[in-house]
Design a protein around this ligand. Structure first.
Ligand code: HAM
Length: 446
């Protein structure tokens, strides 16, 4: 019988890793509640047309990546309904906002959610078919201040506070404005025009995008096409006065509260509902930065820890009232990967763990440790009260090698050294020990 495995692009999360997931979620709940957000839980599947209308038919997500099936609403019903596992959560939250008439409260709705999303993408490190998002949305009638640039700045400040509180180092906020729907239409037309004479020199994907969705050309990773892409018109030149003023007010508020940002006019988000402010928080540690465009980084998708922006027309596109909003979704899987890689950096392995084989040998072990530390080595000292098995277990977690110190070793001056990476065990003369331990074999870090 073939053994069953988790489906490609999905995976099990096991202890002790799940502790880190719980920690990341607990900090999110704590920080978001300080900003007066409440939790919303929407269904994992929705009517397919919600995503077609909300996210956009032309996007990769809707055209290629959704898990969709025909389902009968009632067991006996002849009429099938097309359902889809949610590829993102904003459309579902806005549907719930409309369905429960939350706009009638006249207040801003500040909602956060944590849960799995599903996209049929090519799996790789940091990219899965079932992945988790920690997201939040601020949405409400314009009279509640939902269009104010202050909301954008507050959401960005909350994200900065969250990443800092979590201890994520080296994040980078990339921000842009894609303007109003009208600005975007003019910009798209300009891109189409600029691409027309050169698109035949571009890769097949970009030739197609130049026709169907020219904005997506800006997001292309194709090395050969970068020169053409760098020469394309800039969105900043197509914003009307209102959009420009809105963007300037967001930036001024960020400056005032010390949130660092980088304006990236090439920032393209993969969903169609965005208006005005769009942003991503990237982290260079997940895959190498692109050397080809140092000034204007167009980072690979896996470098995006999170993404978001304003969606002032989404509620109306879904048949609801006017309800501008702004939100984000953090890729929780990527957050965890980043934290894990940082932990490896901040807790390097000791060069050796010294294991005295009886409590009587503790003083001699301390002396040996001092000798080696004086030679500049990083040493972890065990205890003769530990059983040998326990010493090995601890040493394996803390150090690259273990040095056994028994009566025989002490008398003969020949110490047993085991290297955990290679599994090699050798006898080393005490006088040679510092040298032998100092040799750093390349350690593969998974
Ligand atoms: P998104 O950029 O499609 O935006 O996704 C947000 C984040 O989810 C990404 O930056 C990434 O960290 C993570 N992510 C996306 N796809 C995958 C994947 N296949 N595997 C692992 N992580 C992934 C949205 O989903 C919008 N709903 C965000 C938003 C909320 N905009 C406004 N409100």
């Amino acid at each position: 019988m073939t053994t069953l495995k988790a489906v490609r692009g999905t995976r099990d999360l096991l202890p002790p890793e799940t502790e880190l997931w719980n920690h990341v979620e607990a900090i999110a709940r704590r920080v978001f509640s300080r900003y007066n957000f409440g939790e919303i839980r929407t269904p994992v599947f929705e009517d397919t047309s919600l995503f077609a209308r909300g996210v956009g038919e032309e996007t990769d997500i809707v055209s290629k990546e959704m898990y969709t099936w025909e389902d009968r609403a009632r067991a006996q019903s002849e009429k099938a309904q097309s359902l889809t596992l949610r590829p993102e959560n904003t459309a579902g939250v806005v549907r719930a906002y409309i369905e429960h008439k939350l706009g009638e409260t006249g207040l801003l709705q500040k909602l956060y959610s944590i849960g799995p999303q599903f996209r049929r993408e090519r799996p790789q490190k940091g990219r899965y078919r079932q992945f988790w998002q920690i997201g939040a949305e601020v949405i409400g009638p314009p009279s509640a201040g939902s269009e104010s640039p202050l909301r954008d700045a507050e959401v960005l400040q909350m994200l900065a506070a969250y990443l800092d509180e979590l201890g994520i180092e080296g994040w980078r906020l990339e921000i842009s404005s894609v303007g109003s729907a009208a600005d975007r239409a003019r910009y798209t037309a300009a891109l189409r025009e600029a691409l027309a004479p050169v698109k035949h020199r571009m890769c097949e994907d970009n030739q197609r995008r130049a026709e169907t969705n020219p904005l997506r050309v800006l997001d292309s990773k194709d090395e050969n096409d970068q020169e053409i892409i760098n020469a394309l018109p800039n969105i900043a030149d197509y914003l009307d006065e209102d959009s420009k003023a809105h963007f300037a007010a967001v930036l001024a508020a960020l400056d005032r509260c010390g949130v660092r940002y980088h304006i990236n006019p090439r920032l393209v988000r993969g969903l169609d509902y965005y208006t005005r402010t769009t942003f991503e928080f990237t982290h260079g540690g997940l895959s190498p930065q692109r050397a080809s465009s140092p000034g204007a980084p167009i980072l690979g998708a896996q470098n995006a820890l999170l993404g978001g922006g304003r969606y002032d027309g989404l509620s109306e596109a879904l048949g609801g009232p006017k309800a501008p909003g702004i939100g984000f979704a953090i890729g929780e899987d990527r957050l965890i990967l980043t934290l894990q890689s940082q932990q490896q950096q901040s807790a390097p392995l000791a060069d050796a763990f010294i294991a005295p084989l009886s409590a009587d040998l503790n003083p001699a072990a301390l002396e040996l440790a001092r000798e080696l530390r004086r030679a500049g080595l990083r040493i972890e000292l065990g205890d003769g009260a530990f059983r040998l098995k326990k010493s090995f277990e601890i040493a394996n977690k803390l150090a690259r090698k273990i040095v056994l110190l028994g009566e025989d070793e002490l008398a003969s001056g020949m110490l047993t050294v085991k290297d955990f990476a290679s599994g090699e065990q050798v006898k080393v003369a005490r006088g040679e020990l510092a040298n032998a331990l100092g040799r750093v074999e390349s350690v593969e870090i998974g």
